[in-house]
Every structure is written in C-alpha cells, then in structure tokens.
Design a protein around this ligand. Structure first.
Ligand code: ATP
Length: 445
C-alpha cells in the first residue's frame, strides 16, 4: 500500500486534503490523473447500466433530503458503528474491527507499549454527519448529509415511475457523493469521510427477487473482471445472518484482495420491500406498482448493487501496480486496462528540433479531435519520458522521429509488451479507438 500511496502522490493522482494545514483525517483530494481515472471508472459504470441495457434510468438526487428520510430508512436509529476507546493510549477503534489485543498488534501507534489495550465498553456511534438549515443553529432544522445515495432513489420512486415509462423489473441508477463520520483511521482512500458511490436500485416483482439477486451478483463480478481485475484477486462472499444490515434479506460482498487483505469492494443486497414500505408508512404515500395487464398491485422488491468509486479506483491501482526491469533499471508501471488509463497515448517528439515538435503537435491535435486523451511531452530524454508515462499507466506512446517527416509513420510503443511498431500517423486515431474497444486481460500473473 505504501508504494501505491507514494506513486499516487508523486504523480498527482490522489493526495491528502488540506495538506498545508497538516491534513484532515480520512480525506483526500484527486489531482489531474486521479480525476481522469475516476471519470473512466464512473463512465464504465454508467455504460454498463445505461448504454448496455434498456431497463435502467438515471437519477441525480439531492445530498440533503428531508430529515424524516433517515427516520424511515432506519439510519437515525441503526446506522451506527460500535466504538471503543483505549484508556491506555487514548485511541479509538471500531469494536467489530478489533481482535482482543489491539495494542499489542499495533506497536507503531503505541510507542513502548507491550501490554494489551485497556478498552472501554462499546458505544453505538451514529455515522451520519449532521448540520442545520437556517441561520440560527438552535432554531434551524437539523438535517443530515446522506450516508448513501440509495434513499434519494426510493423517495423518487413514484415520480420516476410516472415519467420513465418502465415497469418492474427496472432500475434507477445514481452516482454521487455520500458522507460517513468514519472512525477507523488509515488505509488511504479505502475508507474516507466523503466518497462517491455508484448505486442502482433494481425494482422487481417479489417472486423475481431471487433471480435478479443472482443476476446482479454475476453482472457486477463480470464488470470488474472485464475492466481487468485479476480473477484470483476477486471473490464473492455471502454475509452470514448476523452480519446482515437492518434492511437486507441477503447480501453478498464483491471482495478484492487489497494489500490490507480481502475487503469489500461492493455490496449487492436484496433489500426486499423494506425501503418502499418504510417510506410509504412514514410519508403516508403509496409506493407500489399496479400492473394493468394482470390487475396485480404490489410493493416491488429491490436488488441493490452499491459500489464505491474511490474503493474501485484503489482496487484498479493495486491490481495494476507492477515493477520490472528494463536495461538493468527498475521500472514502475501501472498495467491499467487501456479504457481506464487516465491518458491513452503520449505523443513524443524524439528531438526538440528538426520539425519533430511540429509533426508531433499535429498528431496530438488529431488525437484530441478524435476525443482520445493524448498527452504531448517534449521534455527530457526519450527513455525518461517513457518511464513517466509507464508510471501513470499510459498504454501507448507514439514517437515522432526523422522517418515521420519522410513517410508519415510514427513508432508506437506498447506499455506492457514494450514492442515498438511503425504505424501511419494518420491511422493512429482510428487504430487506438479500435484497440480501446477490444477485450483486455492483465498481463500480470
Ligand atoms: P464497510 O463495511 O467497508 O464500512 P459498508 O458495507 O458499510 O462498507 P455499503 O453501505 O454497502 O458499505 O456501501 C457500498 C459501497 O460504498 C462499499 O462497498 C464501498 O465501496 C463504498 N463505501 C462505503 N463506505 C465508504 C467509505 N467510508 N469510504 C469509501 N467508500 C465507501
């Protein structure tokens, strides 16, 4: 993990927020390449939900909803973590993340400490951030920053049903920020106070819930595999009965083998009719579907795949990180799926003279006109420029040289195989567009 964190900072993918003030716990900023990578992950998700299917519509609901939302959803009463304090060192832990002897197992945080932690009893700690609408804190309405995007979807179920011209089974998908007052520190962007979620609520006739639950488990596993995560680093884990959330009939986590061990990447839950029934009761509004064909009226059941953008980004980075040796020199390379790579192609003039920069800039412009994220770089030795692109995961580099000026071809270097081929510059946008659509597998063992 240290290597990933350091690469992310060095190349400006992700770095601690508020750093000039010493940082703020579990909060990070995304720089240029981080934003591009994150955008590709989100685009890939939307593609799988909206472009590849006809039965899902999009939504962007508000972050601050009516406070009664969280009463009905159960978050006000039940969205808590069990919190314990250590009387010896003053640190705070999640009781469900601890083995008995926390102190002994975390020597770096407990200098000189050899005995076990002296832990308090666990207290329930609500994870929702609270704020106030209105100028006077005491008189204003207490509201909450949403801890998941899903509830906005349930509140809008009836409205969306009205204009979407869909009937169950159909889904509503949303990507947006959620907020949780997480008390477990560390692990980079795995767990942050604010994070983007990619959530889809799939509304189905009750007797089809099991079928669609299985469907979405498979579909979500396939999504990660197709984007290059290695099969032996990816697994599904069904929750035991005592692990299930208050709303869930069945949940499985898509887990990835992070450097911190197997951990949740995404949750796929069968939420039953819990949410629609709760909101219907609290709001006094019928949230059901009437099937005119069969004359049946029912509250749809909901299957929810809920993924985190930052956590996915971290998994893709971990899976892609590699080191090898070229000409006796250590190379760091991100073997990202080309579709996820922040930059698709680097355009490099071999020399900063003799017409190379002009030809390279023309190629760069042609790639941009074809909507291919291209980066022009003329600074430094060619080997160093390749190395830099390898570190940010750029799958191809096109080098403009003397021959380019004679026959219009460039050298195209492949990040993973290191093979170089000559290709007509004029063909490059089309060739790369084709390659970006092709299936891809990680070359890592
Ligand atoms: P965990 O057990 O790790 O706290 P969770 O089961 O509470 O996660 P869900 O409520 O199922 O998480 O949220 C769905 C997804 O949102 C998670 O699988 C994860 O990818 C992402 N997510 C949840 N909390 C955070 C967070 N604090 N930071 C980053 N991503 C998060």
């Amino acid at each position: 993990m240290d290597k990933i964190v350091s690469l992310c900072k060095r190349r400006g993918f992700v770095f601690p927020a508020s750093e000039i003030y010493g940082g703020i716990a579990n909060t990070y900023d995304y720089g240029h390449y981080g934003v591009l990578l994150k955008r590709e992950v989100i685009d890939a998700w939307w593609r799988s939900m909206l472009v590849a299917r006809d039965d899902i519509v999009a939504l962007d609901s508000a972050i601050i909803q009516h406070p009664r939302t969280w009463e009905a959803s159960g978050h006000l009463a039940g969205f808590t973590d069990p919190l314990v304090d250590c009387r010896t060192c003053g640190l705070r832990f999640r009781a469900d993340h601890l083995d008995v002897s926390a102190c002994g197992r975390r020597p770096s945080k407990h200098p000189g400490q050899t005995s076990d932690c002296d832990l308090t009893e666990a207290r329930a700690f609500n994870l929702m951030f609270q704020t106030t609408i209105g100028p006077v804190a005491e008189e204003g309405a207490t509201v909450f920053l949403r801890p998941e995007t899903a509830q906005g979807i349930f509140l809008d179920f009836k409205t969306v049903l009205g204009f979407a011209r869909r009937k169950p089974p159909f889904g509503i998908a949303q990507v947006g920020k959620s907020f949780r007052n997480e008390i477990t520190p560390g692990n980079f962007i795995f767990r942050t106070l604010e994070f983007e979620q990619m959530e889809m609520e799939f509304f189905v006739p009750p007797d089809e819930a099991e079928h669609w639950y299985e469907h979405w488990l498979r579909a979500r596993m396939d999504w990660y595999s197709e984007l290059g995560l290695r099969g032996d680093h990816l697994r599904l884990r069904a929750h035991d009965a005592d692990e299930l959330s208050h709303y869930s009939c069945a949940t499985s986590d898509v887990e990835y083998l992070f450097p911190i061990g197997w951990s949740e990447l995404e949750g796929v839950a069968n939420r039953g009719d819990f949410d629609l029934t709760q909101h219907a009761a609290h709001a006094g509004e019928k949230l059901e579907y009437f099937d005119q064909g069969s004359g049946q009226r029912y509250v749809p059941h909901v299957i929810e795949p809920a993924a985190g953008v930052g956590r996915s980004v971290l998994a893709f980075l971990c899976d892609a990180y590699d080191e090898d040796e070229i000409g006796g020199e250590l190379r760091t390379v991100l073997r990202l799926h080309p579709r996820l790579a922040p930059v698709k192609v680097a355009v490099l003039p071999l020399l900063r003279k003799d017409g190379h920069p002009e030809a390279a800039r023309a190629l760069h412009a042609a790639l941009k006109a074809a909507a291919i994220q291209s980066e022009y770089d003329e600074g430094g030795a060619i080997g160093r420029r390749y190395r830099r692109q390898d570190e940010i995961g750029t799958p191809w580099a096109a080098t403009v040289d003397h021959q380019t000026l004679q026959d219009g071809t460039v050298t195209l270097r492949d990040r993973d195989t290191l093979e170089q081929e000559r290709i007509a510059a004029a063909d490059l946008p089309g060739e790369l567009a084709t390659r970006l659509q092709a299936p891809w597998r990680s070359p890592k063992p």
